[in-house]
Structures are given as structure tokens and as C-alpha cells.
Design a protein around this ligand. Structure first.
Ligand code: B12
Ligand code: SF4
Length: 484
């Protein structure tokens, strides 16, 4: 059987003029996961439009397309093209799950939710000549999932080819998040077995890993066992976590650092606590955000703070307040978003019932455009403030101020190198992307991340008793020598 798998891109990612580095970070893990269920005899081609020009002149038996909200229009265009040639087109992913009726108009088969149970079922039905129109995931488990087909991924086109997910979903229920809608009808959070996760890590070459799990720390026993297993592997890694996990699971965090955690994406979302109540982000309410940041910095972990603008309690001062807070904490990198009500989320339902949605142009549901009427801001103010926040946070003056919040020179240099590298050298990234050499920049990233480990060790040698005990308790023999 000839199979074509495609991750279509949103327009910005294919621009002939300029491509932000974020589109060349991660390979299409979801499709490579599904490819693992194909037979050895199947001919499969996997294409990611974020990093390569799509050539669509083939006539496969089966076309598999992953649909995100911002790439839905492009995905449907490609689907229609292949259907007109007689290929069987299967559509799945987040947007298909949110709006199945819309997607069904462009597909022979649609899939709702994660694919580990429905996809093998479909393949059996398809080979038997009786594929159904719709499959909805119910049986949620990662037990026995075959190894991801990483051989189909063109590693040199990505800065972070070693992205990995060892769980699905998240134990929390924030109103604006895609997660509740995507995982409805079954478990909302589940993990691989620790052994399977470690085996996947073993298969990844090099040192650097990026865990794309929504909440890697969501199950403390699983996380602890995973980090124990990773000790001595000489990895440096990045991941996403919550303020709650940082403050309330000190043992897990220390084990994470001992196994190579060097940078954490933290969903602060808002510095305005009334907003947290409104968005049901209960796990952040009343938490001391500053304490979480300084704890991570003490451990040598850099922080990528995520913030959302446009919640109902946000007024015109929210942008400056947020940026000032982040700089004062010495947060290394920040990701800002405009609140976006994705279809089928609780937030979307509320906005619709209050008649506040401005349109349904999915291309603009990219967290950079205002698609609803904000309560205390004009849409223009919200969009301008969002862009201003990026500019203000990534000014050299702000980067130096953020660096000054660090208590040693090494931390300051690392802050400048990391924050400056992401935002100030976009033209250089563009050059690397175009010359298809983006992977060459990975050693630089590894070096900066490794340096943070050294910084934490230095603290230890200077006699900070708390850190000394953290590391003594959790360090493996392979980590006795400073990382380099
Ligand atoms: C990595 C990532 C990116 C990367 C790369 C994406 C990639 N290569 O896949 C980058 C940085 C480019 C990116 C960019 C953006 N992203 Co993004 N990203 C993610 C992230 C963190 C992980 C995706 C991942 O690899 N998951 C792991 C794999 C195993 O799961 P999966 O891809 O979902 O695949 C499974 C199922 O979906 C299903 N499936 C998928 N397709 C199909 C097809 C068939 C036929 C079948 C049977 C099953 C199936 O089966 C797979 C196995 O279970 C997710 C959050 C998340 N947890 O999903 C956000 C997420 C997908 N991103 C999101 C957004 C909004 C964006 C941006 C618009 C953000 C921005 N402002 O820049 C852009 C543009 C996206 C675009 N291209 O259109 C939203 C999407 C919302 C939506 N409803 O579509 C998410 C969910 C984040 C969030 N919490 O809101 N993103
Ligand atoms: S904690 Fe993050 S991933 Fe979990 S539901 Fe909230 S926004 Fe979504």
C-alpha cells in the first residue's frame, strides 16, 4: 500500500521572505507515531510543509493529514486535491476533533481524539475494504505502542529533532485549553510505562531532548521513576510544567534537574489573579509565582514564561505590568499569546453565548489576532499591546535588566546568550533554515543548556546547603564531573 502522510503548514511558515525559527523546531511526531502502525511492506512518505515545499503529484492509496486550526484551510485544500484523484483521505488531529462536521466535508474518514486505538482499527478495516466514515477514540492507553518511525523524519531540517512525548493530556481543566475537548469520551491524562519511555529516550542520538508533554510532572510517581531512570544518561533536556509542580513537588523537581532538566516552559498565563478564577486555572491561584521562578533559577533551570493577554479582567495596563514582572524575575524567555477561544472549548462556548466572537476565520485563530470582543480592552489595543509586550521584553535593555537579576556572572552571560539568541538573531535563523542547516545550531543550544548545570554546581561548591543537599541526594556517578 502507498501511504502519504502530510503535516500542512499555516501560510506564515511557508513564506518565501522570512520564516520564524519556531516552525523549524519540532518534527511531526504525531504522524511518525501513526506511521509505526503501518506494515513493513507499505511504502510511506512523510512530509512536513513547515520545513519543505510539498510536491503533490503522487497518487497514493491512502493520504493521512494532521489538521491544526491554523492549518485547516490548507489541509482541506490538499485533502480535496487527493480525493479528486481517487486516494482515500483520512483527516485527524485537534481541529478535526473540535469540528468533525466541517472536516468530514473534505475526508473519506475522520478521526476524533488521539489515534493509538482508532488508527490500527481503521487500518485493518481499510485493508479489508470496509473503512468507516468516522472513528472516535475511547480506549486511552499508551501500553504497547510501537516505536515511533523516526526514520521518516528529516532530522537535519529541525533544530530540535529529539522531541518526545511520554504522556498524553493533562490532569487540569483550564477553560481556554484544547485539552478537554480533544480527550473527551475517555481518560484525560495517561502516561507510557516508565520502561517504554526510557527505551524511547535510549533510541534518541545526541544529548538534547525536548519533552512536548502538556504536563510532564502530571503524575509524580511516573515523573520520579522516569527521572531516576534518566540519571547517568548525560542528557540535557527541556519541558513544560506548572507553577504548582515547581512549588509543591520539590523531590520530583530535584530529580528532574539531576537527570538533566535545564529549561522549563511554565504556564503563568496571567499576573492578574481574578483572571485565573475566570479561566478555572485553579492550580495557579494563590501560588507565589516569584518563588517558583527563583526556585528554578537556584537549581540552574532557565524559565520560559507563558502569558495570555485579553482575559476579562485585563485592562490597558496589563502588558506593561506583565513584561515588567517577567523582567524583574530574570525570566529568560517569554511567550505571549492573545486569548483565543478554540472551538469546542468551554471558553468558546462562553464567548458564543455572550455573542462576543468576531468571526470564524480559522487562519486568524493563531493567538496573535483578536478573534473576540475583549471585556476591558478594544481589539486594537489588545493586538497592539501584545506586539508591544514582545518588543519590550526582548529589547537589549530588558535583556540586560533581566540578566542583572541573576546573582552570578555565569547566569548573566547565559541569560544574554539564550534570550538574545531566540529573538535577536532571527535573520541568522532564517539563513540556517533556508540553507537546510538548522540542525548545525543544536550544539550551541546544548552548550548554553549545559552551562546552566555548571552554574548550579558552582552554587553547590560555594556552600549553599540547600542546593548541596539537593544535588547530593539525587546526583548519579556519571554527573560527578561538571557537565560540558
Ligand atoms: C510541538 C507543537 C508545535 C510545534 C510543531 C508542531 C508539530 N510539528 O506538530 C510548533 C512550534 C511549530 C507549533 C506551532 C503552533 N502551534 Co503548536 N503545539 C505543539 C504541541 C506542544 C505538541 C504537538 C505534538 O507533537 N504532540 C504530540 C503528538 C504525539 O500528538 P499529536 O500531534 O496531537 O498527534 C496525535 C493525535 O492528534 C492524533 N492525530 C493527529 N493527526 C492525526 C491524523 C489521523 C488520520 C489520525 C488517525 C490521528 C491523528 O494521533 C496522534 C497520536 O495520538 C501542541 C500541544 C499538544 N500537546 O498537542 C501545541 C498545539 C498543537 N499548538 C497549537 C497552536 C495554537 C500553535 C500555533 C498557532 C501557535 C502560535 N501562536 O504560533 C502555531 C501554528 C501551528 C500550525 N502549524 O498551524 C495548539 C493547537 C490548537 C488547535 N486547536 O489546533 C496546541 C494544541 C497548543 C495549545 N495548547 O493550544 N506547535
Ligand atoms: S495546565 Fe496547561 S495543558 Fe493542562 S489544562 Fe491547563 S492549559 Fe491545558
Amino acid at each position: 500500500m502507498r501511504v502519504r502522510m502530510i503535516l500542512p503548514a499555516l501560510t506564515e511558515a511557508t513564506s518565501p521572505f522570512f520564516r520564524p525559527i519556531k516552525y523549524s523546531l519540532f518534527p511531526p511526531l504525531g504522524l511518525a507515531t501513526l506511521a509505526a502502525y503501518l506494515d513493513e511492506t507499505d511504502e510511506v512518505v512523510l512530509s512536513d510543509e513547515h520545513v519543505e515545499r510539498l510536491v503533490l503529484d503522487d497518487e497514493p492509496d491512502l493520504v493521512v493529514i494532521q489538521v491544526y486550526i491554523t492549518s485547516a484551510r490548507r489541509a482541506y485544500e490538499i485533502a480535496d486535491l487527493y480525493r479528486s484523484r481517487g486516494s482515500h483521505v483520512a483527516l485527524g488531529g485537534l481541529h478535526v476533533t473540535s469540528l468533525p462536521e466541517e472536516a468530514a466535508q473534505h475526508a473519506d474518514t475522520i478521526f476524533l481524539g488521539p489515534g493509538e486505538d482508532t488508527w490500527p482499527q481503521f487500518l485493518a478495516d481499510f485493508r479489508a475494504g470496509r473503512p468507516a466514515r468516522k472513528y472516535a477514540s475511547q480506549n486511552r492507553t499508551l501500553f504497547g505502542v510501537p516505536p515511533i518511525r523516526r526514520d521518516l523524519i528529516k532530522r537535519r531540517l529541525y533544530l530540535v529533532p529529539n522531541s518526545i512525548v511520554v504522556s498524553r493530556g493533562c490532569p487540569h481543566v483550564c477553560d481556554f485549553c484544547y485539552k478537554v475537548a480533544f480527550f473527551k469520551g475517555g481518560k484525560q491524562f495517561y502516561t507510557q510505562t516508565v520502561d517504554a519511555a526510557l527505551a524511547e529516550i535510549h533510541r534518541l542520538p545526541g544529548r538534547h531532548l525536548y519533552f512536548l508533554d502538556d504536563h510532564l510532572f502530571g503524575s509524580p510517581p511516573f515523573a520520579e521513576a522516569l527521572f531516576d531512570g534518566m540519571r547517568g544518561m548525560n542528557r540535557v533536556w527541556q519541558a513544560a510544567g506548572t507553577v504548582k509542580a515547581v512549588l509543591e513537588q520539590p523531590r520530583v523537581l530535584e530529580k528532574a534537574v539531576a537527570s538533566g532538566l535545564r529549561s522549563l516552559f511554565v504556564g503563568f498565563e496571567t499576573v492578574n489573579s481574578d483572571n485565573l478564577q475566570e479561566q478555572r486555572k485553579y492550580q495557579n491561584i494563590g501560588r507565589d509565582y516569584a518563588a517558583a521562578v527563583s526556585r528554578l533559577h537556584e537549581l540552574g533551570v532557565m524559565v520560559n514564561g507563558s502569558f495570555v493577554f485579553g482575559m476579562d479582567h485585563d485592562g490597558p495596563d496589563v502588558f506593561e505590568r506583565t513584561v515588567e514582572w517577567a523582567i524583574a524575575q530574570g525570566i529568560e524567555t517569554a511567550t505571549f499569546h492573545i486569548l483565543t477561544p478554540y472551538p469546542d472549548t468551554a471558553l468558546h462556548g462562553r464567548m458564543e453565548s455572550e455573542d462576543r466572537l468576531l468571526h470564524r476565520d480559522w487562519d486568524l485563530y493563531d493567538t496573535r489576532h483578536v478573534v473576540f470582543k475583549p471585556a476591558r480592552l478594544l481589539p486594537r489595543e489588545l493586538e497592539d499591546g501584545y506586539w508591544r509586550a514582545y518588543r519590550d521584553f526582548y529589547r537589549w535593555g530588558s535583556i540586560f535588566r533581566g540578566a542583572a537579576a541573576k546573582d552570578d556572572w555565569r547566569g548573566r552571560v547565559r541569560h544574554i546568550a539564550y534570550a538574545g539568541g531566540w529573538k535577536k538573531f532571527e535573520p541568522l535563523w532564517d539563513l540556517l533554515i533556508r540553507s537546510k542547516h538548522v540542525l548545525h545550531a543544536l550544539p550551541v543550544l546544548e552548550a548554553i543548556l549545559s552551562a546552566s548545570g555548571e552554574a548550579a554546581h558552582e552554587h553547590e561548591h560555594r556552600g549553599d546547603p540547600r542546593l548541596a543537599s539537593d544535588f547530593a541526594a539525587s546526583r548519579s556517578p556519571a554527573q560527578e564531573a561538571p557537565h560540558g
